[in-house]
Design a protein around this ligand. Structure first.
Ligand SMILES: [Mn+2]
Length: 248
């Protein structure tokens, strides 16, 4: 009944191909299913890739017409604050989305901005689906946080299990929350690019790094099967995370 789709990051062509492969049909209102299925977009639709705004338009049309679901990612949160006119740093990929947006006519700009802001504002921080048997959350969701929202939970869901420590490239060190997850509900998430879908303790990280030359992956629920399309972007192996299965 659901097809969870990992971080798109402006890879519209791959997203379009994946949705067709999953059997979705297209209309002016995005995609829809003849088999009572819905795509669930796991956030980070934009930044770094070649067609961020097309991805926004398509996902917004699909979700706002009731044919799909969406949860925000950290890049979505930043784009939202950009559209609010906040003083934010335009980097880490946001510069590509802003450049696309600045090339549009002013009327098209306001349409895209309104669509995205509506999509973002109607989205819950995470979705509980199938009567709470499965959660969709951008960077993950701990068992104790399920059913709750707070500032701390928001940070976890958008950015992951980050620590105060920085690695040698200046990014926060991420803890491996999935390794100690003990919930009975599935948590489907993305955010941390991995070479292949990582399933562990009823968690599934399906961000297979499309924008870094990996693949765009969908996880079908309740079948728990994956469908992937190859990326059209250059492969950047250093962008993919490897987990040490020994350390905690
Ligand atoms: Mn992210």
């Amino acid at each position: 009944m659901y097809d969870f789709i990992g971080d798109v990051h402006g890879c519209y062509d791959e997203m379009h191909e994946l949705l067709l492969l999953l059997g979705y049909s297209r209309s002016n209102d995005g995609v829809w299913s003849q088999r009572d299925r819905k795509p669930v977009f796991l956030g980070d639709l934009t930044d770094r890739g070649p067609a961020s705004l097309q991805a926004v338009e398509d996902v917004a049309a699909t979700v706002l017409s009731g044919n799909g679901k969406y949860v925000p990612g950290n890049h979505c949160d930043k784009l939202y604050r950009f559209f609010l006119g906040r003083n934010i740093q335009i980097k880490h990929g946001l510069e590509t989305t802003v450049a696309e947006w600045e090339q549009l006519s002013s009327s098209h700009r306001s349409v895209i901005k309104d669509q995205f802001m509506q999509l973002f504002e109607q989205a819950p921080l995470y979705h509980a689906l199938d009567e709470g048997r499965v959660y969709a959350a951008h960077a993950g969701l701990r068992r104790i946080d399920q059913g709750h929202v707070s500032k701390q939970i928001r940070t976890f869901v958008l950015y992951g299990d980050i620590t105060e420590k920085k690695d040698e490239t200046g990014f926060p060190v991420r803890r491996d929350w999935a390794k100690v997850y003990d919930g009975s509900a599935w948590v489907i998430y993305g955010h941390t690019p991995v070479r292949t879908t990582r399933m562990l303790n009823r968690t599934a990280n399906i961000d297979t790094g499309c924008v870094f030359g990996g693949a765009l992956t969908a996880l079908s629920y309740p079948e728990m099967t994956t469908t992937a399309v190859h990326s059209r972007q250059p492969f950047q192996p250093e962008k993919f995370h490897t987990f040490s299965e020994e350390s905690t």
